[in-house]
Write a protein that binds this ligand. Structure first.
Ligand SMILES: Nc1ncnc2c1ncn2[C@@H]1O[C@H](COP(=O)(O)OP(=O)(O)OP(=O)(O)O)[C@@H](O)[C@H]1O
Length: 301
């Protein structure tokens, strides 16, 4: 199967040639001369967007476990990149190394021109992160948390307040803003974390399972926010176990299994005629027969 390495957005195919108008084609008359056939001039292919995130051969071991094994991928400006894989495949470990939270054993990560591990401050200014197992300052209210995230990222107070209100409205959190974050549900924590990642309007958003436990209406709201952000030139990398969501949302995808990327490229190329879920199951080892669970059908009573 093909695993395209370029980050060209799917759907950015060569523009169609203009159709010859029927009227012009039917013109016949004494003065109408047959013009010699000319070679159709194809317009030049659109220039690919610049690479915002470049990941080269990242590797991480924990004792004898190789969690991430020479993982490489690029993500171009304006695209939404999905990172999918079974439990324990290495997604969180990879995204931790990409965002400067977990030091790799080897390999490089660049965000724009900045090497994440050589110039962490420069790189981190460009990144908004929603890590898995996020620890928040949960004695603060939602409004205070977003305000401080904004101010710590260099926003002035007024801008931080305005953006807090805008994000809360867009993500359906208005009613929760004055409550302490420790009282939030898991889905609400995901939403406030997404808002915190977005508040400084970063170049690159890295979201580890952003919509886990988020209800469908809020998922739709948040998806709209992400699509709008990407259309405006933002870049998103997200991991998720929700294949339908990834298939709908992402321009490109990488499938990681056992620490290795088994397929990556534009969504349609990776799917290869299947749904993403079918392709994922195929790559991740397929369905195994359920054996040795006969006792499960004996019931305790
Ligand atoms: N701090 C750690 N110490 C030891 N092993 C770890 C540590 N972090 C991750 N691992 C191991 O590395 C491998 C990859 O874990 P990782 O959390 O990256 O997977 P994942 O793809 O995010 O999984 P999930 O979808 O279940 O969240 C697993 O085998 C995991 O047990």
């Amino acid at each position: 199967m093909s695993a395209a390495k370029t980050g060209q957005k799917s759907g950015s195919a060569t523009p169609k040639r203009p159709k010859t108008s029927q009227k012009a084609a039917n013109t016949k008359g004494p003065k109408a001369k047959a013009s010699p056939p000319t070679a159709a001039v194809e317009p030049p292919a659109p220039k690919p967007a610049p690479i915002v995130l470049q990941v080269d051969a990242l590797t991480k071991r924990f004792g004898r476990t190789t969690a991430v094994d020479a993982v490489s991928f690029d993500v171009r400006r304006g695209s939404i990149f999905g990172f999918v894989g079974p439990n324990g495949a290495g997604k969180t470990t990879t995204l931790g190394m990409v965002t400067g939270l977990l030091r790799p054993d080897s390999g490089r990560v660049h965000v724009g021109e900045a090497d994440v591990w050589a110039k962490p401050v420069e790189a981190k200014r460009l990144i908004g992160v929603l890590p898995d197992r996020m620890r928040l300052f949960d004695l603060l209210t939602g409004a205070q948390l977003l305000y401080y995230c904004g101010v710590l990222h260099g926003l002035d107070r007024e801008t931080a307040r305005t953006r807090t209100a805008d994000l809360a409205r867009s993500l359906g959190l208005d009613d929760a803003l004055e409550r302490p974050v420790r009282d939030y549900s898991i889905g609400m924590i995901k939403k406030i974390s997404l808002a915190a990642a977005l508040i400084h309007s970063p170049r690159l958003l890295v979201l580890d399972e952003p919509f886990e436990a988020v209800d469908p209406v809020s998922t739709q709201l948040a998806s709209d926010v992400l699509r709008r952000y990407a259309d405006a030139g933002g870049t998103v990398v997200l991991s998720s176990h929700n294949m339908n969501f990834v298939e709908r949302m992402c321009d490109e995808v990488a499938v990681i299994v056992g620490g290795r990327v088994l397929a990556r490229g534009p969504m349609d190329e990776v799917r290869d005629g299947l749904s993403l879920e079918e392709r994922f199951v195929e790559l991740a080892g397929g369905r195994q027969a359920v054996e040795g669970l006969e006792w499960l059908t004996t019931f305790s009573d």
